[in-house]
Design a protein around this ligand. Structure first.
Ligand SMILES: [Zn+2]
Length: 457
């Protein structure tokens, strides 16, 4: 019995011993030969293609004994150059080697003038530490990249570009297939282009605004950028009219401050202003004005790629113009100048609570309280064109509604920063205010927009 039990015990233990021995041998072999995974490599470039000079970054990571040699190469045809290389000392048996490293280099026709238009290969390789009984393991990754020696092409198709400071315009042009971004730059404001609907092959158009501050026509140019980091700019204006801003003085009374300040603060809980009513007003007129402008740029950032509008924009009927676009306002309180701001729309007044029509067809992209504009509506007309209506006493539309030209958006009022019942009306091109007067003028629309792109109407 005992013997059998003993025998049984020993036969049961034998497979465990075999397993243990196998594991030990495998561990010894792994240690001797340092098998395991090859190094990990990633390759990143600043631009998808190689132009004049593109930054290339290779990242290497290895487990176990670490890296020995890392290398970054550029090949085109039979020619291969090493862009960067580094060797690390071999780690001892009980030391951790270099586990991660980076190689950065610049590739392009400036550092490598022999590069020709076409394809090239970027190659990053890494070797893992070798030893007397272990193999070095190499890992290689390659990426095929286009080499572009030519900057993108720009060809203006439309003619007679007459533009005013603070105004808008439209240009039709062609650009090459490698162009990734194009449009009009006016000072530091860029208006991007869109494929011309039903246009000729490769035709694009840009509806652009010239900032009210920009008086230098040399700063209004067509631009194109490609995937290799090239950027070209070309002048296209035939005439530019500078337009000095108008001026106005607003006298602040305690009664006005007591009416507008608490109401604006109550309706904009994210905004805080402290101090006297005048100090709170100055915070609203300065900081909240900027916050509102940024919010407006966000609201109008997404725009439908279609012309939702047609014909001239409507001025609210029966209204008198009380203030113009780009008027520099001086604010006085108790006889002294306390602030200066620029008014970026038209102020149109008729009777209190008058219906405010949509100036043209589009989609309501905002309806609610909008900073200094009080109750406001923003209508998107497509391709980055939007209209803003401010100071409503009540709203008749909600966000998402499609409106036709003349449809009532709400009733006029004096909410937000308004001295009395009126409509504040703005036109925005890609988030920036332009003079609305041009858009109310059918002849201006024909001469500057429709004639350049007849498919627009
Ligand atoms: Zn206004």
């Amino acid at each position: 019995m005992d013997m059998r039990l003993g025998r049984q015990r020993s036969t049961r233990g034998r497979p465990l011993l075999v397993v243990a021995a196998t594991v030990a041998v495998a561990a010894a072999l792994l240690w001797l030969f340092r098998l395991g995974s090859a190094p990990d490599i990633s390759l990143a470039t600043d631009n998808p293609a190689l132009g004049a000079a593109t930054r290339v970054l290779a990242r290497f990571a290895a487990r176990g004994p670490g890296l020995t040699t890392i290398r970054l190469e550029l090949q085109q045809g039979n020619r291969t150059v090493v862009l960067a290389e580094e060797h690390f000392p071999a780690a001892g048996p009980f030391e951790a080697g270099t586990r991660s490293a980076e190689l950065a280099a610049t590739a392009g026709y400036k550092p490598q003038p022999w590069l020709a238009e076409g394809e090239a290969v970027l190659r990053a390789s890494a070797e893992r530490t070798a030893g007397p009984l272990r193999r070095a393991r190499q890992a290689v990754i390659e990426r095929s990249v286009a080499v572009r020696r030519e900057p993108p092409r720009l060809e203006v198709v439309s003619r007679q570009h007459y533009v005013r400071q603070g105004g808008a315009g439209l240009v039709v042009f062609r650009t090459g297939k490698t162009t990734t971004r194009s449009g009009v730059r006016a000072g530091d404001a860029e208006s991007v282009s869109f494929p011309a609907p039903a246009g000729g092959t490769g035709e694009r158009f840009a509806l652009f605004g010239v900032p009210w501050r920009l008086a230098n026509s040399l700063q209004v140019v067509l631009f194109a950028e490609d995937d290799a980091g090239h950027r070209v700019e070309q002048r296209f204006l035939d005439r530019f009219r500078a337009r000095p801003p108008g001026r106005d003085t607003i006298t602040l009374t305690d009664e006005f401050l007591a009416r507008v300040v608490p109401s604006i603060l109550a309706n904009t809980p994210d905004f805080t202003a402290s101090g006297s009513p005048l100090e709170q007003f100055l915070a609203i007129n300065g900081r909240l004005r900027e916050v509102t402008a940024r919010r407006l740029a966000e609201i109008t950032f997404t725009s439908e790629q279609r012309f939702a509008w047609s014909g001239p924009f409507l001025q609210m009927p029966g209204t008198e113009r009380r203030a113009n676009f780009a008027e520099e306002r001086t604010y006085r309180y108790q006889g002294r100048v306390v602030d200066r701001q620029t008014h970026l729309g038209l102020d149109l007044a008729s009777v209190a609570g008058a219906p405010v029509p949509a100036a043209n067809a589009g989609t309501v992209v905002f309806a609610g309280w909008l900073g200094i504009y009080g109750n406001a509506v923003v209508v998107d007309h497509g391709y980055g064109l939007a209209s803003l209506y401010g100071h409503f006493s009540s709203l008749a539309v909600a966000q998402g509604a499609t409106v036709r030209s003349g449809q009532t958006l709400g009733a006029s009022g004096a909410t937000g920063l308004a001295g009395g019942d009126h409509l504040h009306f703005e036109i925005l091109v890609q988030g920036r205010s332009v003079d609305p007067i041009e858009w109310l003028d059918g002849k201006w629309i024909r001469d500057n927009l429709t004639s350049k792109m007849p498919r627009l109407q």
